[in-house]
Design a protein around this ligand. Structure first.
Ligand code: SF4
Length: 343
């Protein structure tokens, strides 16, 4: 079933809009300078939507400060305290994420009333670990998630409020896929996809990819977060890689690189970072290769439109497998930038 559109600040999700990538601030919510630094990193990473936990009144100060400076729509993440949701909306929240399992109905009613008045959408998040008591022991677990979502929808139907996004997160792939699949067949609301407690790298990326791949392939999902025990910009990179692999994101530059081995002349990480930083400059679709040596690099990446192979003294630039130039490491960014602009 195609989903309805929901506007979160300048970003629209649902109804066939591009899938938005989101992440969450992981800094101390009372520390304004470090939260602002992380926000800036996320802006550079291309993150579309950003969530911040609001555990107490003091964090609202940080939220308000960031909201005034953020180019990314900010979502307030609220547990337990409806008053914090109301204050976050007044502080400029573009969306509020609530968990009906831990907010009393009276509080929810007030949040709906104020959100409706201000045109602020709500993400209603159901997590296998924090379902209301009556759904907690239902097996299979995904049925409990669905019944909780249905119960909320029955309750909310009397308030004429449909600016809703849903998530149904479990920590296993099967439960997550089944819950989202079933929900998407029956209800038209946009879905925020993700696994809960997915883990660190690589386990978290592998688990999330398997679950989200199945859903996205079926056209299910409007915004994604790859939750990882790692910096949030890594979550964004992982989400973009997943969308790229599925052809769900329009971008011109495709980066390939070798795994490196004993023949690599130095680390490829600085070059990879440099290429990523220029990613948005590509005018036309092109494949850029970053390879560790010139013995095998140009041959292994012979389909690349533009390649860089490290050499003993610097780097060899190659195109479609043929070396066309030798440059120093310092000259590589300008060579690539030239190619991206002319391509
Ligand atoms: S391109 Fe060179 S460094 Fe990279 S994996 Fe192949 S042989 Fe090793």
């Amino acid at each position: 079933m195609s989903s309805i559109k929901v506007k979160i600040g300048k970003v629209v999700i649902g109804g066939g809009e591009p899938i938005a990538v989101q992440s969450m601030l992981k800094t101390d919510p009372h520390n304004i300078p470090s939260s602002l630094r992380q926000l800036r990193k996320l802006e550079r990473s291309g993150c579309d939507l950003l969530r911040m936990a609001i555990p107490d009144e003091l964090s609202l100060e940080t939220f308000r400060y960031l909201k005034q400076r953020s180019s990314i729509p900010l979502i307030a993440d609220i547990h337990f305290h409806p008053q914090l949701a109301l204050k976050a909306i007044r502080a400029g929240a573009d969306k509020v994420r609530i968990n009906p399992g831990n907010i009393p109905k009276e509080g929810l009613k007030e949040i709906l009333r104020v959100s409706k008045g201000k045109g602020i959408p709500l993400r209603v998040g159901f997590n296998s670990g924090s379902l209301a008591a009556k759904f907690r022991n239902i097996r299979p677990l995904w049925k409990g998630l669905l019944l909780a979502a249905e119960d909320f929808l029955n309750w909310v139907s009397r308030f004429d409020f449909s600016d809703l996004v849903f998530s149904l997160k479990a920590s296993t792939i099967e439960d997550t896929v089944e819950a989202y699949r079933d929900f998407s067949q029956r209800f038209p609301f946009p879905l925020h996809l993700g696994l809960t407690e997915a883990g660190p790298i690589p386990e978290g990326v592998v688990k999330s990819t398997i679950a989200l791949y199945s859903l996205l392939k079926e056209g299910i999902g409007d915004t994604v977060r790859i939750s990882l025990t790692s910096p949030p910009e890594v979550e964004v990179q992982a989400a973009f890689s997943l969308l790229d692999s599925l052809g769900l994101r329009k971008k011109n530059l495709t980066l390939i690189s070798c795994p490196t081995c004993g023949r690599a002349h130095s680390s490829l990480y600085p070059l990879i970072r440099m290429v990523r930083a220029l990613e948005n400059e590509a005018k036309n679709p092109m494949v850029v290769a970053v390879m560790g040596c010139e013995v095998n690099g140009p041959g292994e990446a012979s389909h690349a439109d533009f390649g860089i192979s490290l050499t003993q003294k610097g780097a060899a630039i190659f195109k479609k497998g043929k070396i066309v130039k030798r440059v120093s490491l310092n000259e590589i960014p300008q060579e690539l930038a030239k190619e991206l602009k002319s391509g």
